[in-house]
Design a protein around this ligand. Structure first.
Ligand code: GLC
Length: 576
């Protein structure tokens, strides 16, 4: 996944890194891609649902699929084209569901397979596509395969599906190599009473699969088919850069006096062998009607390497994390926009913009900080002991950023709550935190709980309307009342209504399919044309002049003086 440690000396590098036919199945649903919409991955707005925290249908404090179904009208009205659901499969939830115990079964905590079927059908009926999360780098330690491996002897076929090795030292008491887990501590756990250890690049409860084993490859092709046959429109591929490890599992080079933990380069990341896997999956997806897509979650460096994942015979999209990690600075944004579009063009793929997700500090909180520092990087949440963001400034910037991002050609992801301007829960006490990253580092790393807090739907209700009762699996800050959907519904200038207008105009002007043409603008200001729209964003603090006679279609803030664009504000103008 990502870099665990932020190294002060390496911000520059860090920022640079950033970067069958459908069987007669009882619950197969109609494939959505309409004729002529084969290209939906190139321009769609895809909304990320983190099922634990979206909406709770039964009141147990945990979001569920019934909750998602009940809010489909809300998503439809928002105007998104597709949904991506983070994992809802059977799991002991050691990493919030990214530890899968059964890839074909919906965890009872989220509902049933029939609930998923309903969700898919109803989303499709509203014209929204649905992609699901695929977690192929590791399973849960509670997966039947891993349980069988533990019960089988070293060298057995059961163990060969995972990465078991003898430990070093006389009695195997030392781990097989020096690899660190992304979540802290070593990436190896010893099998009790044995010389053997197993590899887990993430939590101890997430053993890495051995992708050199044909059984693993065959099984995942079957898992893809299982969900494709049910009618899903694609997959977000978790840790797409991690599946293949360098032969012999060589030590990670450790520079003197500096821990190299979680760096994006090393024998466990971005090995060329991963691409053969995605080429085979591409062929599987192509067997199904409609355009089914794959999006890579790949944290790789140098950034050119990200394009390998989106060659025409591999995946359709790769999250542009470089963009997510950009400092609030016009020059930095211009550079990342230009280079992202130039790089993806080399392989004929679209750019896939993203500004928030379930692993990173929410954009309004990130950009409300004086210095992004390590908070630009995923996993580095903001806690009570950290410098706190300026909430109003952050919100203002996030609104402007939405108008920049959603005006860019390409596909864009919106993380649930982003459309509310929802901030991170930055003062959550350690006792509530559940992220394995926080737990494995004894709180040294704040982790990701702050961006995963249940959504506020109704200001005056218990759990702010997240569920029928007052329970929420993570505590909600009081400030969430201000961001609740019902409060924003009726307020013309709310962030929710801004997003609705942005999305409606984006569609009407086909911005996702458009072309960007830069216009000279002053320092701190970016301006470009996309079709018949001109986009101007002022990332500075001082007001800047707008072109004479501008006709403003939409602005992220009220414009107090005609012809002037205040700081941290964006506008969409009609081109004359
Ligand atoms: C990805 C997910 C993250 C998870 C990790 C391990 O990076 O986005 O939430 O912890 O993979 O599966």
């Amino acid at each position: 996944m990502f870099r665990r440690k932020f190294l002060a000396t390496s911000l520059a590098t860090a920022v640079a890194l950033s970067l069958t036919a459908l069987h007669g199945n009882a619950w197969a649903t109609t494939p959505q891609a309409a004729p002529g919409d084969e290209d939906w991955a190139r321009h769609s707005v895809i909304y990320q649902i983190y099922p634990r925290s979206f909406a709770d249908g039964d009141g147990n404090g945990m979001g569920d699929l019934a909750g998602v179904v009940s809010r489909l009208p809300y998503l439809d009205k928002l105007g998104v084209d597709a949904l991506w659901l983070s994992p809802f499969y059977k799991s002991p939830q050691a990493d919030a569901g990214y530890d899968v115990a059964d890839y074909r079964v919906v965890d009872s905590m989220f509902g049933s397979n029939a609930d998923f079927e309903r969700l898919l059908k109803e989303a499709h009926a509203r014209g929204m596509k649905v992609i699901v999360d695929l977690v192929p780098n590791h399973t849960s330690d509670e997966h039947a395969w891993f349980q069988a491996a533990l019960k089988s002897p070293p060298g057995s076929p059961e163990r060969a599906r995972y990465v078991f090795r003898d430990g070093q030292g006389e009695n195997g008491e030392l781990p097989p190599n020096n690899w660190p887990s992304v979540f802290g501590k070593a990436a190896w756990d010893r099998v009790p009473g044995e010389k053997q250890w197993y590899l887990h690049l993430f939590d101890s409860k997430q053993p890495d699969l051995n992708w050199d084993n044909p059984q693993v490859r065959a099984e995942f092709e079957q898992v893809l088919r299982f969900w494709l046959e049910r009618g899903v429109d694609g997959f977000r591929v978790d840790v797409a850069h991690g599946l293949i490890k360098a032969k012999g599992l060589p030590d990670l080079p450790v520079e003197e006096g500096r821990e190299n933990a979680g760096a994006l380069v090393g024998p466990m990341w971005d090995q060329d062998g991963v691409h053969e896997i995605y080429r085979s999956w591409n062929k599987v997806l192509a067997e199904y009607p409609g355009k089914r897509i794959m999006v890579a979650e790949a944290w790789v460096t140098p950034r050119e390497r990200l394009t390998h994942y989106i060659r025409s015979d591999e995946m359709d999209q790769a999250f542009n994390f470089e963009y997510l990690m950009t400092q609030w600075n016009a020059g930095a944004f211009k550079e990342v926009i230009d280079s992202s579009m130039a790089l993806t063009a080399t392989v004929g793929a679209p750019t896939t913009w993203v500004t928030s997700n379930h692993d990173t500090v929410r954009a309004p909180s990130r950009y409300g900080l004086k210095e992004l520092g390590k908070h630009a990087l995923p996993g580095n949440g903001i806690g009570p002991a950290t410098a706190q963001p300026d909430e109003a400034l952050g919100l203002r910037r996030a609104r402007a950023l939405a108008m920049l991002t959603l005006a860019l050609p390409g596909s864009t992801y919106i993380y649930q709550g982003e459309e509310l301007g929802l901030p991170e829960h930055t003062t959550m006490e350690g006792q509530y935190r559940q992220d394995p990253m926080f737990l494995r580092t004894q709180g040294e790393e704040v982790g990701r709980d702050g961006c995963r807090v249940p959504l506020p739907w109704k200001a005056g209700a218990p759990s702010f309307g997240f569920g029928p009762g007052d329970k929420t699996w993570l505590p909600q800050p009081e400030s969430y009342a201000r961001y609740a959907v019902d409060r924003q519904e009726g307020a013309a200038d709310s962030t929710l209504n801004l997003y609705r207008q942005i999305l409606a105009l984006r569609h009407a002007h086909a911005l996702g399919n458009g072309k960007l043409q830069w216009i000279d603008a002053g320092k701190d200001v970016l301006a470009f044309d996309n079709g018949d729209l001109r986009v101007v964003i002022n990332m500075g603090e001082q007001a800047a002049a707008l072109p004479a006679g501008s006709q403003v279609l939409l602005s992220s803030e009220a414009l107090p003086e005609p012809g002037q664009l205040p700081g941290n504000t964006a506008v969409w103008l009609k081109r004359s």
